[in-house]
Structures are given as structure tokens and as C-alpha cells.
Design a protein around this ligand. Structure first.
Ligand SMILES: Cc1cc2nc3c(=O)[nH]c(=O)nc-3n(C[C@H](O)[C@H](O)[C@H](O)COP(=O)(O)OP(=O)(O)OC[C@H]3O[C@@H](n4cnc5c(N)ncnc54)[C@H](O)[C@@H]3O)c2cc1C
Length: 499
């Protein structure tokens, strides 16, 4: 059985980022990245539908250690994939990646202070041990997307596709296409397909808030032209962080005014006759993720008649397309179910501590990274109101600090204790999106105070993760020789420090 100091699960944006941080902040630590697929990039390698792109600007979705140099701030999947691969090459991460290793089980042994990581590799079971595990397995199931149970699905004679599994050779030129959904995927896919398709219908059960942004950021491009690349990147990053925070807080504080403003902007694009009911959700802005429409592409496609939006419920699939609840029938050659993702934690792996299975829904997240009662395990989950990587970078930097802190004191175990049972908790996240709701039972809980609170604020988190005390009385530490979790006195601590 091979042994490492750290095992990272997943070679997506977060996993490669985690490996680089480990390489930079914990030099000398041995590590392996176990990746179930045979490629780097995760989301940005898996999703291949036309137009696939980020919703966020790449100055904040990019790593803090690697400037984004492309003139487009909102980037396509291929460019993001290349960026992640480049990071892996630049920092020598690629040789540490074990492809086609699907992690099935993580078992902690307190006696050995080690994780045993079991994986499937080319129809063989393989095992590794590691002192620490960093889960960078994303948040959704790779093997299947979410498709609601539609009546008569098998009757449809045309082509049915889920965007998670886009057939490379799909010819949609001149075809009638229906895209079911109104989330980020549908909003991306619809204008991209409309370029070649005869007509595209975006069929939504309920509308989503949308806002148009320029794909290129002129300030970022100006800064990059006139300043050293690293400085230009940092300035743009901070500009965007501050703007996003202001924007998010203003939206949450003034939902009615925001709703009116967003609708006014769409009205300006689509003209006075257009029925804005298709863009007026029942919820408040940012209760669900706001969809970005780069350079008004969706609105332009609607204006030129290539796209129409239908707001209705599906009654059943028919041979020719769909029958809606209102009785209307839609015909299509291709139907795309952009109906979302299936939420999943730890890449679907079972986690146990000394033989006791851990149910994520029964744990409380400590500082948004570790699970109550579970030692030496980090889980990387980005922001829901800002770019994923802003938080992923900070979480892993914090975990590297924790590893170094433990090494300096000869600790082998760091375990967040169970929180006060009277503290109110709620499922993780502040979004009411369908995929969060569907997985509510399995979501780790977050508390209302202290390290149990999961802040969605990058500026606050910088202080918390980079400068906050590691030994905060909630993390319990143990040395190899301790038979139980030790309460370390300050005097003992000072004695244990190498200096
Ligand atoms: C279409 C789409 C667009 C998005 N756009 C944005 C955006 O604009 N801004 C934003 O902030 N976020 C966006 N997101 C969220 C996005 O997933 C994150 O930004 C980011 O890519 C997550 O990276 P990750 O490495 O944590 O997870 P992933 O990209 O999901 O990578 C996880 C990796 O772990 C591997 N893995 C999973 N389970 C196992 C296992 N059991 N064993 C071994 N390996 C495993 C997977 O194969 C994969 O390579 C988007 C998501 C999607 C689906």
C-alpha cells in the first residue's frame, strides 16, 4: 500500500489548485492526486456543449497564484481547461496525478492516525494511506445529470440529450431544438445553438433573473497593457471582488429596486412589446444564482427571431416533441434537458471514522472546510455568491497552515469537536436552487456562530483563513503518543515548539 502525507481527491480546478498550494506552502510533503477520469480539468473538461463558458469573470475564477491573461474575462470551457492544465504543468503537478482512480472509501484509523483511501483503478481495487485528505471532488455526480421523471419520455422519436453528455458529432444545423431549463446551462446553450439551428425554444417552468455583462473587461485589459502582469491581475481581482460584494449586498438589501432595474435593462434590449413575464421570477434576486448573459447574446438571438421563450409546464413527451399543461404542443427534432445536476459530496465516496460511517447531513462544517468529529479531512467548496476559486484558494491555504502548525508541534490529528447541540443549524448554502433543495438531507449543516458559520464574504474570509488562530479551542489536537484527544496547555505548547 502506497503512503503519502496528503491525498487530494479530484484533478479539477480545485484539485490542481490544492496541489499547487501544497507544493508552495508545504514543500517536502508527499502527495498524490487521485482522479477518476483520464483528464485534468473536472467541470471544464466534462462539459462540452456548444458555448460552454464561465458565468464568473476569470480574474476571480482564476487562481490567486496564476494571472489570467486572456482578453476575455468570461471565458469558454476550452480556454479554462487549458488554464488549469497549464497550472499543473507550470508547478510540476502532472506527475503526481493518478488518473482513472475512482475513490470509493475513506476510512480513518485513530490508532494509526491515518486515512486509508480505497479506489477502483481499471477494474482493480487499490489502496493508499495518507495523514491528510483534501476532497476536491466537486459538488455533483459525474456519472449522471439530473432529469426529472417526464411522462412518455421514451415515446419521443427525436434526439434527447443531457448537456452533461454532449455527443461530439451532434448535427443540429437547420434543426428545431427545444432546451428545457432556464439556468446557467440553458442560458449559455440556447444562443450558441441558435447560430446554426433552424429555431430554438427555451422551455422554462419558471423564469430566472438575468443580467448582461460584457465578455471582455476593458479595465482589466487596460491594466494588463500598462502594468506588470501580476500587479494588473491583483488589481483587477480586487476590483471585481469589491464590485461583486457591493452588487450582492445591494441586491439582497433592495430586492424590489433590483428586480425593476434588471427588468428595465432587459426591456431596453427586447423592446416594448416583449412579454417580460418570461424574465420575472417569483423569488427575490440572488435567492438563486443570477444568470449572466455575455454581450446580450441571448437577447440578440430572441430579437432576431432565432430563439423564443416558453414558460409552461411539461405534461408529457410526445412522438414529435412535448405536450404542455396549457394544451399547447411543441415539435422538435432535438430536445435538450438542461435540467441540472445531481448534488453529491466527497465524490460519492463512503467516509468512516474508526469504523463509524459518517453521514454528511449529520455533520456541521467547521470553518466551511472540515466536518465536526472527522479528523484531518478537508472538503473544498467554493462561494455560491462569488467565484468558486476565491474560496477554494483560501481554504487550501488554511489547510496548509494547519498541516504546518501540526508538524511544528508533532500533532498527528486535528479534529473539530462536535458543536454545542443547542446551536441552531441549517443546511449548507444560501441558495434555494432546485439542486440544493433536492439534496437538503445530505448537505452538511452550518451553524449560526463562530467557526461553524459559513461566511459568503471573501474579505472576511481572508482574515479568518490567513490570520485566524489555528488553535481556537474548537479544533482538538492529538500527538501519536496520546491515547486520547489532548487538551494542550499553553506551557506545553511552548515547550513543543521547535524554536
Ligand atoms: C457548466 C458549469 C459552469 C460553471 N460556471 C461557474 C462559474 O462561472 N463560476 C463559478 O464560480 N463556478 C462555476 N461552476 C461551478 C464549478 O464547478 C466550479 O467553479 C469549479 O469548476 C469546481 O471545481 P472543482 O475542482 O472543485 O470541481 P470539479 O470541476 O467538479 O472537479 C472535480 C474533479 O473530481 C473528480 N472526482 C469526483 N469524484 C471523484 C472520486 N470519487 N474519485 C476521484 N475523482 C473524483 C472529477 O472527475 C473531477 O475531475 C460551474 C459549474 C458548471 C457545471
Amino acid at each position: 500500500m502506497e503512503s503519502f502525507d496528503v491525498i487530494i481527491v479530484g484533478a479539477g480546478l480545485s484539485g490542481i489548485g490544492a496541489a499547487v498550494h501544497l507544493h508552495l506552502h508545504c514543500p517536502g510533503k508527499t502527495f498524490a492526486v487521485l482522479e477518476s477520469r483520464d483528464a485534468i480539468g473536472g467541470t471544464w473538461d466534462l462539459f462540452r456543449y456548444p458555448g460552454v463558458r464561465s458565468d464568473s469573470d476569470m480574474h476571480t475564477l482564476g487562481y490567486n497564484f496564476k494571472p489570467w491573461k486572456n482578453p476575455n474575462a468570461i471565458a469558454d470551457g476550452r480556454t479554462i481547461r487549458a488554464y488549469v492544465r497549464e497550472a499543473a504543468e507550470e508547478y510540476g503537478i502532472a506527475p503526481h496525478i493518478r488518473f482513472k482512480h475512482l475513490v470509493r472509501r475513506l476510512s480513518w484509523s485513530s490508532a494509526d492516525a491515518l486515512w486509508t483511501v480505497e479506489a477502483d483503478h481499471e477494474e482493480r481495487a487499490v489502496s493508499f494511506t495518507a495523514r491528510h485528505v483534501i476532497l476536491c471532488a466537486g459538488y455533483y455526480r459525474y456519472s449522471a445529470g439530473y432529469t426529472p421523471e417526464f411522462a412518455g419520455l421514451s415515446r419521443f422519436k427525436g434526439t434527447l440529450i443531457h448537456p452533461q453528455f454532449w455527443p461530439e458529432d451532434l448535427d443540429y444545423a437547420g434543426k428545431r431544438v427545444i432546451v428545457i431549463g432556464s439556468g446557467a446551462t440553458a442560458v449559455t446553450l440556447v444562443p450558441a445553438i441558435a447560430e446554426k439551428a433552424a429555431h430554438v425554444i427555451m422551455l422554462q417552468r419558471s423564469p430566472t433573473y438575468m443580467v448582461s455583462l460584457p465578455a471582455a473587461d476593458p479595465i482589466a485589459n487596460w491594466l494588463r497593457k500598462h502594468l506588470p502582469i501580476g500587479l494588473a491581475y491583483r488589481l483587477t481581482r480586487w476590483k471585481n471582488v469589491v464590485l461583486q460584494l457591493i452588487f450582492f449586498n445591494a441586491i439582497r438589501s433592495f430586492p424590489e429596486q433590483t428586480r425593476k432595474r434588471l427588468l428595465k435593462l432587459i426591456r431596453e434590449q427586447l423592446g416594448p412589446e416583449y412579454d417580460l413575464a418570461h424574465f420575472t421570477p417569483r423569488y427575490n434576486p440572488w435567492d438563486e444564482r443570477l444568470c449572466v448573459v455575455p454581450d446580450n447574446d441571448l437577447f440578440t438571438a430572441i430579437k432576431v427571431g432565432k430563439v423564443s421563450i416558453v414558460t409552461d409546464h411539461i405534461d408529457a413527451f410526445t412522438e414529435a416533441g412535448l405536450k404542455l399543461r396549457t394544451g399547447r404542443e411543441l415539435e422538435a427534432d432535438i430536445i435538450i434537458t438542461a435540467t441540472g445536476l445531481e448534488l453529491q459530496f466527497a465524490g460519492g465516496a463512503e467516509v468512516s471514522v474508526d469504523g463509524r460511517p459518517i453521514e454528511t447531513g449529520k455533520t456541521v462544517l467547521y470553518k466551511g472546510i472540515m466536518f465536526s468529529g472527522v479528523p484531518n479531512l478537508a472538503s473544498v467548496f467554493g462561494y455560491t455568491n462569488a467565484s468558486w476559486t476565491l474560496r477554494a484558494d483560501l481554504l487550501v491555504e488554511y489547510f496548509c497552515r494547519l498541516i504546518n502548525f501540526m508538524d511544528a508541534r508533532a500533532y498527528v490529528e486535528a479534529r473539530p469537536k462536535e458543536p454545542d447541540p443547542t446551536m441552531p443549524v441549517k443546511p449548507l448554502g444560501n441558495l434555494k436552487s432546485g439542486y440544493f433543495k433536492r439534496a437538503e438531507e445530505r448537505l452538511p449543516r452550518e451553524g449560526m456562530k463562530g467557526p461553524w458559520r459559513n461566511h459568503q464574504n471573501y474579505a472576511f474570509d481572508i482574515f479568518r483563513f490567513r490570520f485566524g488562530a489555528i488553535d481556537d479551542g474548537v479544533l482538538e489536537f492529538r500527538r501519536a503518543c496520546d491515547s486520547r484527544v489532548a487538551e494542550i496547555s499553553p506551557a506545553l505548547l511552548a515547550e513543543a515548539r521547535p524554536d
